[in-house]
Ligand binder design. Structure first.
Ligand code: T5A
Length: 223
């Protein structure tokens, strides 16, 4: 939807490599916006609906190492189709701000730029499955791969047998391509993407996001 014509809720996404701190930042942003009296829906991908959460279990199951990239694309897109029609679109229509913890850019990067499939195919499938709905602002949390993966290990310290989900188990080189892929997308669309250095403590990262958010709220056309 063209930015200057937006009259409904604001659609934001938070993207970045594994362990960049997306979930932490999405929650902090939601809380801050709600303190201002704005209604906010926070959702995540893959998941966010009962059907999507079931698809998530298949996608992230570490036992399914044989899953092909086309299979991944179709499953991520199926979960997204359900999420858009059941949650994101109706919320935006009601004037609710939607924050999505990952969205289509993740598929373009993980299955496309890093996974080897053509991004145009992914875009085409998603245009059909989830409509032309894109976030108006995407906060890209950029972090070096080692720090991100280290944070994830820290998140699961209470689970000694933790071996990472199916995507997290991929080799370091794959995660490096993911990081580069996101930066590539951001450099191609500097109007939508806002790159945040995510290596600082959570409060500092949040302040950087909030600074941009205030700009958007003051003048929605800037978003
Ligand atoms: N995927 C997803 C695809 O391949 N294609 C797709 O189309 C989509 C949508 C999703 C996986 O699926 C892939 C990408 C993923 O590999 P997931 O579990 O949802 O799986 O994975 P992520 O979205 O990557 O979420 P993560 O659990 O990996 O991490 P987050 O959300 O980036 O980070 P967060 O906030 O949970 O923080 C991780 C840990 O670090 C700490 C937190 O307390 C937590 O312990 N932390 C910080 N520590 C220090 N400084 C900070 N600033 C910190 N911020 C958070």
């Amino acid at each position: 939807m063209p930015k200057k014509e937006r009259k409904k809720g604001l659609f934001l996404s938070i993207e970045g490599p594994d362990g960049a701190g997306k979930t932490t930042q999405a929650r902090m942003l939601k809380e801050r916006l709600e303190k201002m009296g704005l209604p906010v829906v926070l959702t995540r991908e893959p998941g966010g609906t009962p059907i999507g959460e079931e698809i998530r279990k298949i996608l992230l199951n570490p036992d399914f190492r044989e899953m092909t990239v086309p299979c991944e694309i179709l499953l991520y897109s199926a979960a997204r189709a359900q999420l858009v029609s059941e949650c994101i679109y109706p919320s935006l229509q009601k004037g609710i701000t939607v924050i999505s913890d990952r969205y289509l850019d993740s598929t373009i990067v993980y299955q496309g730029l890093a996974g080897g499939e053509k991004p145009e195919i992914i875009e085409m499938i998603n245009m059909w499955a989830a409509g032309r709905l894109l976030p108006e602002i995407t906060f890209l949390l950029d972090i070096d791969v080692e720090t991100g993966l280290r944070r994830l290990r820290g998140k699961y310290t209470g689970a000694p047998d933790w071996r990472g989900d199916r995507m997290e188990q991929k080799e370091l080189e794959f995660h490096r391509k993911v990081r580069q892929g996101f930066l590539q997308l951001a450099s191609r669309d500097s109007e939508r993407f806002f790159v945040i250095q995510a290596g600082d403590r959570p409060e500092s990262v949040h302040e950087k996001i909030w600074e941009k958010m205030q700009e958007i709220l003051r003048d929605p056309a800037k978003g």
